[in-house]
Write a protein that binds this ligand. Structure first.
Ligand code: HEM
Length: 132
């Protein structure tokens, strides 16, 4: 049975184009972001954009290229090299929220994706040290 709150139900509503537009709108903000910008590889931002796009495509019920090229997501492990405290999590959510506002997906897809992305960002917090 498909759960309407699961991102796997949004693919039919927004397709690969909606996901590509969302991820592009997110990454347009990354290079100039004082907190997140320095974390991302400046010489491979296009690659980073592709990895997030492929992951979301797969997670939303689209093509499984992410699994074929990167393997199992293991997101917490893959984010372990980066210090993700409350501040970094909140900034990431701020940027993705702005991207969602910009691309204006159908309301149901917007709601489900926004919640999934916020929850996943919270799940990726790996530092509770507020001095970072
Ligand atoms: C909480 C704040 C977050 C920070 C600071 C953060 C930071 C990063 C950084 C610096 C990278 C490396 C860029 C690259 O691929 O070269 C990365 C990769 C990635 N992030 Fe995040 N991220 C965050 C949240 C998220 C969320 C919420 C998701 C999923 C919904 C996500 C999914 C990914 C994926 C799929 C990759 C590529 C992993 C791989 O295949 O190597 N991230 N992230």
């Amino acid at each position: 049975m498909s759960d309407p709150a699961e991102p796997s139900s949004v693919y039919d509503q927004i397709g690969p184009d909606g996901i590509a537009r969302l991820v592009a709108a997110f990454y347009r903000q990354v290079p100039t972001d004082d907190l997140l910008g320095p974390l991302y590889p400046p010489q491979d931002l296009a690659g980073a954009e592709e990895r997030l796009r492929d992951f979301l495509l797969f997670r939303c019920g689209g093509a499984s290229r992410y699994l074929e090229t990167r393997g199992h997501p293991r997101l917490r492990m893959r984010h372990a090299p980066f210090v993700i405290g409350i501040e970094q999590r909140n900034r990431w959510v701020e940027l993705i929220d702005r991207a969602l506002d910009e691309v204006a997906l159908p309301p149901e897809a917007d709601r489900v994706l926004r919640r999934f992305l916020q929850n996943t960002a919270t799940f990726l917090i790996n530092s509770l040290d507020d001095t970072n």
